[in-house]
Design a protein around this ligand. Structure first.
Ligand SMILES: Nc1ncnc2c1ncn2[C@@H]1O[C@H](COP(=O)(O)OP(=O)(O)OP(=O)(O)O)[C@@H](O)[C@H]1O
Ligand SMILES: O=C(O)[C@@H](O)C(=O)CO
Length: 434
């Protein structure tokens, strides 16, 4: 991996993200708050220089717990060796986790490795409608388990009470810092952290409704070696480094300059979320699209070759979409026939193979929907690290791969983005034929 190397400053914040779209979401937030941030794909061979924060993107959200723990500890060890002073474990703003519970187990392992006895857990992201009140997670006006997340193909979320969800994932004592405390500001939150610590609480879910709550929580966490949460809670962390005189805030534009990229463009969607379903429907009304049928893949039909033939027919003229996205009912039918894991893997592998072949055929701009999907595709593209650009929609920045011949990428979390996100993202990546 080749990364910008001008100055030998040590990074301040070391982040471990449990999926690739979540990693760009977090990196976007840190850049917005003035930290020069690079996202690496897994633990890289060499260290990015001249950065304030590093986000190591893992694909650990849905893998077996022991693997998630081992990968996260390896990332932590590498980040510690880069000189980071504080560590952040990023998971989904909808607290996506398997029944085995990778969030609690990974947080436990990171705490132990850091010799620390306490961390917070706060997935709140107000700009995308994720708020937490009395330990219950809301997505806009609905509780988590009524928001569509109960139908997630890999991590169905059926309980909105995150104290209960997290407690099932860890032997550590889980507590709550409720809104009556949070609304009083940083000092009260810090006092409550001290009280909970004395009571033997090792992880506390923290309520928050607005960005100002997240800034206060961030300030109260200045001395915690480990902070865990969604990207929202990272809003409050750069300020601690600025107040300590360790960080000079960069101008937003400086932090987000990306190289120009020439070439063809494609949209790949492997997310089956509500938002992606709406975005795919909107795209199909006006632009070319090819649907991947997982059952045809399972029967061994040449779906990848068909998708590539479709791409060859359209991409020279204008961008096109290749998607597996479908309704929750159809996802359930496919899963009943193929099994959850096999269905997901078949689609991810197909999209990854398509992406790699398209790269060889001149595609340089990729808009990808879905965290697991992005993980599979970005690995297949041979990308090692990403420079973070301007925000396209909350939680989704434009990015460019770092290296000799950059690829422009937008990695969209399943539930993020406006209905016309695909068009908007392509324009942000420099596509004019839309
Ligand atoms: N038609 C389908 N049938 C069965 N599984 C599907 C179908 N379409 C997509 N999937 C699988 O569902 C999973 C979706 O996960 P992915 O992380 O890519 O999207 P997401 O969960 O919406 O995004 P995020 O993690 O960013 O919120 C993938 O493993 C994908 O292969
Ligand atoms: O926090 C979120 O919602 C996203 O960054 C994400 O992790 C979705 O996979």
């Amino acid at each position: 991996m080749s990364v910008p190397q001008t100055q030998a400053t040590k990074p301040l914040l070391g982040c471990i993200a449990d999926d690739f779209t979540g990693a760009t979401d977090l990196a976007n937030m840190l850049v917005r708050e003035g930290m020069r941030t690079v996202q690496t794909i897994g633990v890289p061979d060499s260290a990015p220089k001249d950065v304030d924060a590093i986000v190591v993107a893992l694909k650990s959200r849905t893998v077996p717990a022991a693997e998630a723990v081992a990968d996260s500890l390896a990332a932590l060890d590498w980040l510690q060796r880069q000189g980071c002073r504080q560590f952040f474990f990023k998971y989904c703003s909808t607290f996506d986790s398997t029944a085995q519970g990778n969030i609690g187990l990974v947080a436990d392992a990171l705490l132990q490795a850091l010799g620390s006895d306490f961390t917070i857990a706060c997935p709140v992201f107000p700009e995308t409608g994720r708020t937490l009140y009395r330990g219950h997670l809301f997505i806009q006006d609905q509780l988590l388990n009524e928001s569509g997340m109960q139908n997630h193909p890999l991590t169905p979320m059926t309980d909105p009470n995150l104290v209960r969800v997290l407690q099932q994932q860890t032997p550590s004592k889980v507590g709550l810092i409720g809104y009556p405390i949070v609304s009083k500001g940083a000092e009260q939150i810090a006092t409550e952290i001290a009280t909970l610590r004395q009571q033997g609480v090792r992880m506390a879910i923290v309520d928050a409704l607005e960005n100002q709550d997240l800034y206060a929580i961030g300030a109260a966490c200045a001395d915690l070696p480990l902070v865990t949460g969604g990207s929202g809670i990272a809003l409050g962390l750069p300020g601690n480094f600025i107040r300590a005189g360790l960080l000079k805030p960069q101008q937003g534009a400086q932090a987000s300059a990306l190289p120009a990229v020439d070439g063809l463009s494609v949209v790949l969607a492997g997310s089956a979320s509500k938002a992606t379903n709406a975005q795919v429907s909107a795209w199909i009304e006006k632009h070319p699209a090819f649907r991947i049928d997982p059952l045809a893949l399972a029967r061994g039909e040449p779906v990848v070759a068909q998708a590539l033939a479709f791409a060859q027919q359209h991409l020279q003229q204008r961008p096109a979409l290749i998607y597996a996205t479908t309704t929750p009912e159809q996802v359930k039918q496919v899963q009943a026939e193929l099994g959850v894991e096999r269905a997901g893997q078949l689609i991810e592998q197909a999209l990854a193979d398509i992406a790699a072949a398209l790269l060889n055929n001149g595609v340089r701009r990729f808009v990808i929907a879905g965290g697991e999907t992005s993980g599979a595709v970005v690995k297949a593209l041979g990308v090692h690290a990403l420079r973070i650009g301007a925000q396209i929609d909350p939680g989704v920045p434009a990015t460019a791969s770092i290296g000799a011949s950059p690829i422009a990428l937008a990695l969209k979390s399943g539930n993020f983005g406006s209905v016309d996100f695909f068009e908007k993202a392509l324009r942000h990546l420099g596509e004019t034929r839309i």
